[in-house]
Ligand binder design. Structure first.
Ligand code: ADP
Length: 358
């Protein structure tokens, strides 16, 4: 590999070194030639000739040795390092300099630095690719989710315009269904706005002490009608005037409780129940939301907190799910550094728990 040199520097150093060698050789030959003949023999010019030959031989050998040393310790290893650096900058992040072959500690350090850069570049590129994939997936999911209700609304309106509007019974049914779909769109959009605010860091949390009992009570009463319609009983161990102070963002944690409770009702069975219990420990409070519903298969348990992940897509859509509820829960709990988890058994029920600081 040909290495581009900085203007004149390396060539100058080498030439200067060679010039010095030649100068030393000449001066020492002349001096020796002048001194030795007077000491050893009258045929001084013979001595001079011999000495010059010997000196030149020594210089030639020294030059060859110097070149070899230069090549082994500097040129070759740094050419290897430069080659790897160029490969890495060209996108081949797997390129590495073999450290074991580095002949000097300077070359070893330079090689190690290039390898570290290559490692970092590899990780950064992998992360960028992952983000790009997640973004594309997210856009695909969003368009898919939006398309379903929009197509339904369009279908109902077109049928009405084609004449169904004249039949009072059918028109009422179709307008109602179109209305249901607009509600669905509304929920989806507000979930999307929430998740994008959380993920972009736009959503600021306001941490303070608040009464968890108030949140539980208010959320349960807001879900009474939904639970009645689903024929699910709501149970809690939180007493009416209870006071359990916890530290966090009250509004966001209320959203966490609401999303989990809504799921516990949506994925329940007729005559089932949902129990929200609060357990007090010295430093923390554990909130458990247990239901008697369909349960979650073990293979899906770790994935339900992903955006748009649903165990049963049809069931989720039919009960008005957006696939974003638990992703929002996860973001909010992580922002509170609150541990959380899920236990579930198919056909028996599910329990989602999280721990808040007191
Ligand atoms: P969705 O809007 O579809 O309910 P979520 O993010 O809230 O979306 O939940 C993701 C998926 O996890 C749901 O589609 C459902 O399949 C599953 N799930 C969540 N909570 C429960 C539960 N309590 N019981 C059974 N399955 C649940």
């Amino acid at each position: 590999m040909k290495i581009p040199l900085p203007p004149g520097s390396d060539r100058f150093t080498r030439r200067f070194f060679m010039l010095c060698l030649w100068a030393i050789a000449l001066v020492s030959s002349v001096i020796t030639a002048m001194v030795l003949p007077s000491l050893l023999s009258p045929n001084w010019w013979m001595w001079l000739l011999l000495l010059i030959v010997v000196m030149y031989a020594v210089i030639t050998l020294a030059t060859i040795a110097w070149k070899r040393i230069l090549s082994t310790y500097i040129t070759k290893p740094f050419a290897q390092i430069a080659e790897s650096a160029q490969l890495v900058s060209g996108g081949v992040t797997s390129a590495r300099v073999p450290l074991a072959t580095m002949p000097s500690s300077e070359a070893y350090l330079a090689a190690e630095a290039v390898n570290t850069l290559a490692d970092k570049a590899g990780k950064d590129i992998a992360e960028m690719k992952k983000l790009e994939r997640v973004r594309t997936e997210f856009l695909g999911n969003v368009s898919h989710e939006l398309r379903t209700p929009i197509f339904s609304i369009q279908g109902y309106l077109e049928t009405l315009l084609d004449g169904a509007i004249d039949d009072p019974e059918v028109s009422h049914k179709f307008v109602e269904r179109a209305h249901q779909n607009t509600k669905r769109l509304n929920i989806l959009l507000s979930d999307l706005i929430d998740i994008s605010k959380i993920e972009s860091g736009e959503m600021r949390l306001s941490f303070r002490y608040f009464n968890l009992c108030d949140v539980v009570r208010e959320t349960l009463s807001s879900l009474e009608i939904q639970a009645q319609q689903a024929e699910v009983a709501l149970i809690t161990n939180v007493i009416n005037n209870g006071e359990i102070m916890v530290y966090g963002d009250k509004e966001r944690l209320a959203q966490v409780v609401l999303n989990i409770l809504q799921n516990a009702i949506k994925y329940n069975r007729t005559n089932g129940s949902v129990t929200i219990s609060v357990e007090i420990q010295p430093q923390e409070v554990t909130v458990r939301i247990r239901d008697t519903g369909i349960g979650i298969p073990p293979s899906d348990k770790t994935r339900i907190f992903e955006r748009f992940y649903r165990v049963d897509k049809d069931r989720s859509r039919s009960v008005g799910g957006t696939g974003l509820g638990l992703a929002i829960v996860k973001h909010i709990l992580e922002a509170h550094q609150a541990p959380f988890g899920v236990e579930s058994e198919v056909g028996v029920g599910t329990e989602i728990w999280f721990i808040l600081k007191r």
